[in-house]
Design a protein around this ligand. Structure first.
Ligand code: GDP
Ligand code: MG
Length: 435
């Protein structure tokens, strides 16, 4: 399907006339892809309406780049599906921030509380976990094991059967101890039963969370809207975490969760292990949903490379991507200023949590430094970089050998993406002056 969308885009790039038919074709392919990914039909229809309302073909002035406009509108409306337009809640340093997790049994709450605590711990926050799931046998032991593995303080009881009492006591203890992130794990029953919701409300009233996170399994599909609505109407859900995005699910239910809760998705779970939690990235998520890999990011990326060096586009068309291309690209990014938001779109780089803001700029500068120490042959991929050579490069550029290795790993990821056929087609169109 991703290919169908790419070819619909390609048709639009190559035809001289952009008309209702070409747009409809594109929207049809996108609609099909979304519906296959379990996106609610009503959301798809609304999106198409929004797009058509924004593109008034007959009103477009001649000479205006219609293709570009259409692509931008389509892209914006797609992003809107996962962006409720409200900023995500953020904890405040130096005070206790109480976060409560809710969601059905098996959604991934207990796994995700540890992941989130670990995420903040790595950034230097003091964190703590509380098990207020007194319903499921073994719930406390599960949290205890996870917390111990991640070296995070925890509280819970195997005997106490009142979740409200456990939650309250745990929060009080950790507030006194000066923890900054205090996460309360709650129980989830099989269904959205009244008892669960009553219990959740009581815990909420007792601990007065600064944020309630609704956890949803990405494979839930069409049931997502009702489920999310039920939780939202019982407790003050403020954010969403979508789990199990490493599986086969494309996560269309996530769009319903956003539509139902009007809350932003903040993280996605990408595995069973503690570090498997990624900051949510709307562009990447939509691309995956459509089956396009990281297409939009790629298009952006190629555009950035082009003005600097026309040869770069030939390279991409020919499926070639070298360290020299990457260096030029990094230089281009640095020119754009703070890279916080932008860099999240870049495949490969998006996996580096430390790469944001000023820190991110410094990292790119370090990478460029390292690439300055490479020979022409190495930059052009005509000579492999051996281990001993890495050490010499590290010394020459005044960087740590670890960073040289890291850079080369980054390069491999970029290279892999650039070898994809779809990217080459886009580059090809651009070379012809299409996009
Ligand atoms: P809870 O009932 O909501 O607390 O759910 P758990 O945290 O116990 O998770 C249920 C199951 O899903 C466990 O086997 C977890 O290992 C698994 N799980 C949770 N999050 C993820 C994820 O992001 N990816 C994968 N592959 N498995 C996950
Ligand atoms: Mg649990």
């Amino acid at each position: 399907l991703g290919n169908k969308i790419s070819s619909a885009l390609a048709v639009m790039n190559n035809t001289t006339i952009v008309n209702e038919e070409t747009i409809n074709q594109l929207l049809k392919e996108i609609g099909n892809a979304l519906s296959l990914a379990d996106v609610q039909m009503s959301l798809i229809i609304q999106m198409r309406k929004n797009i058509m309302a924004k593109i008034k073909l007959d009103q477009l002035a001649a000479g205006l780049n219609k293709r570009k406009l259409i692509k931008r509108v389509v892209y914006e409306e797609l992003i809107k599906l996962v962006d409720p337009g409200v900023p995500a809640w953020k904890p405040t340093k130096g005070k206790p921030n109480v976060i409560m997790f809710v969601g059905l049994q098996g959604a991934g709450k207990t796994t995700s509380v540890t992941k989130l605590a670990y995420f903040y711990k790595r950034k230097g926050w003091s964190t703590a976990l509380i098990c207020a799931d007194t319903f499921r046998a073994g719930a406390f032991i599960q949290l205890q094991q996870n917390a111990t593995k991640a070296k995070i303080p925890f509280y819970g009881s195997e005997d106490e059967k009142d979740p409200v009492a456990v939650a309250k006591k745990g929060v009080d203890i950790f507030k006194k101890e000066g923890a900054e992130i205090i996460i309360v794990d709650t129980s989830g029953r099989h269904k959205q039963d009244a008892e669960l919701f009553a219990e959740m409300k009581q815990v909420e009233q007792a601990v007065k969370p600064d944020n309630v996170i609704f956890v949803m399994d990405s494979s839930i599909g069409q049931a997502a809207y009702d489920q999310a609505t039920a939780f939202k109407s019982s407790v003050g859900v403020g954010s969403v975490i979508i789990t199990k995005m490493d599986g086969h699910s494309k996560g269309g239910g996530a769009l319903s969760a956003v539509a139902a809760t009007k809350c932003p998705i903040i993280f996605i779970g990408t595995g069973e292990h503690i570090p498997d939690l990624d900051l949510f990235n709307a562009e990447g998520f939509i691309s995956k949903l459509l089956g396009m890999g990281d297409m939009p990011a790629m298009m952006q990326m190629i555009k950035d490379v082009v003005p600097e060096d026309p040869k770069a586009i030939d390279d991409i068309v020919n499926g070639k991507f070298t360290l020299r291309n990457m260096k030029q690209h990094f230089q281009q990014i640095l020119k754009l200023g703070p890279i916080d938001k932008f860099v999240q779109n870049l495949p490969g780089l998006s996996n580096l949590p430390q790469l944001s803001g000023n820190e991110g700029n410094l990292k790119l500068k370090a990478y460029i430094n390292i690439m300055d120490s490479l020979s022409d042959k190495e930059l052009d991929g005509k000579k492999p970089i051996t281990r001993p050579r890495m050490l010499v490069i590290a010394q020459g550029s005044g960087r740590h050998p670890r960073e040289v290795i890291e850079l080369l790993e980054q390069f491999k990821m970029f290279e892999k993406t650039f070898k994809q056929k779809g990217i080459q087609n886009i580059a090809n169109n651009m070379a012809k002056g299409g996009a």
